[in-house]
Design a protein around this ligand. Sequence first.
Ligand code: ADP
Ligand code: MG
Length: 252
Amino acid sequence: MSFINSIPTSEKSSIKVAVRIRPLNKKESSTANIITTSNEKIIITDSSNKSKNFTYDYVYDVNSTQDDIYNDIGKHVITNAFKGYNSCVFAYGITGSGKSYTMMGGSSFDKGLIPRICQSLFDLQNTHDGIDKHNCQITYQIELSYMEIYSEQVKDLLNPSNDKSSLDVRQHPETGPYVDGLKQILVEDYLSIKRIISKGDTRRHTASTDMNDCSSRSHAILTIYFTQIVQEADIAKPREIVSKINLVDLAG
Ligand code: ADP
Ligand code: MG
């Protein structure tokens, strides 16, 4: 079971909590299934048949697909990025609960939230590009950074020449916390994002040593900087609306 937190703006609350239950694996299949779901509720029944209900914003049972998660959570993130809001999506749960599967996906036929959000941003910016209803010329710019937090050290996965053992996390008075010196790469299409993420993944600590053991201790944070450059007809200087999307595959 993994929990997904996303922080887009919404009608009621800016924090949404979703729970996804993964299918039992071979080892677990002989154990009693004590969890059932009903609408946005999880029902846990103990051996004495006592039940407890827990309600979340979204609950996904074992039959849920990557599409279901994207339709509820990913689309929210995209809509909010176009409105100029920042958002953050992360999954947490114990090792093996399905965090990476939900965030990154199983295979290219089974893409998770991160590749789907990246792809949709490009698809949508291509359809929105041009003159809007207020007669403004809008162009878009997408930049990426990708970092790993491992043993409390922050490493830039897109800049191997930055050999500083750990980058510093600082506080900007207007834009909040940031990682000093983290490389931001301008990307032109979804395929370049895919290439950049794969290259970054080979630099993770998980790449060189025991995969499962290390991946459970290293956080990966992909940040998309989505800029809308709006040129109004009677104003010389364009204005920029920047939204930051943090997509996190948490350790654990
Ligand atoms: P975590 O990142 O939380 O340690 P993983 O995402 O690596 O866990 O998932 C552990 C295993 O379970 C992987 O083999 C993954 O493919 C599988 N898995 C996780 N969630 C699902 C799901 N919803 N449907 C099918 N297989 C899943
Ligand atoms: Mg993982």
